[in-house]
Write a protein that binds this ligand. Structure first.
Ligand SMILES: [Zn+2]
Length: 124
C-alpha cells in the first residue's frame, strides 16, 4: 500500500468513526460501519494507525479537510507551498502546528456514501 492509499484509508476511517458515533449500537447501519472500520484498521500501515489512535485518544481526528486556507483542526493558516501541494490531486499535507493530515477532498468512504454506490473495500 503506498502512502496516498494509506492516507485515503485513514481519511475514510476518520469519517466512518464519526458516522458510527452518530449511529449508536443497535441502530441500522451500525454493524456495517463497524465491520468497515475493523477492515480498514486491519489494512492500515501500523505507523498511520498508531498516529490515528494517539490523536483519537485526545479526541482529535487524524485527517481533516482544509477550511478556506487553514488547517481544519487547529485553524493555522497553511504556508503557500503546502496549499500548492494540496491542489495536486490526491495530496495530503501534515499540519506543522497540530500534526493532523490536511486535505482538500472528502474521504473516499464519504464520497461513496454520497454517490450511493457500494463502497469498494480496500484490499490488503
Ligand atoms: Zn493544524
Amino acid at each position: 500500500m503506498d502512502t496516498i492509499e494509506g492516507l485515503k484509508h485513514l481519511h475514510s476511517l476518520n469519517w466512518l468513526e464519526r458516522q458510527a458515533a452518530m449511529h449508536p449500537e443497535g441502530k441500522r447501519g451500525h454493524k456495517a460501519m463497524q465491520s468497515r472500520i475493523t477492515h480498514l484498521r486491519s489494512v492500515l500501515p501500523v505507523a498511520l494507525l498508531s498516529h490515528h489512535d494517539r490523536l483519537a485518544h485526545q479526541k482529535r481526528p487524524s485527517v481533516v479537510r482544509i477550511s478556506t486556507q487553514s488547517c481544519g483542526g487547529c485553524h493555522l493558516r497553511l504556508p503557500a507551498g503546502m496549499l500548492q501541494e494540496l491542489r495536486l490531486a490526491g495530496h495530503y499535507v501534515l499540519c506543522p502546528q497540530c500534526g493532523i493530515f490536511v486535505t482538500l477532498q472528502a474521504s473516499p468512504a464519504e464520497v461513496a456514501e454520497l454517490e450511493k454506490v457500494p463502497a469498494i473495500l480496500p484490499t490488503a
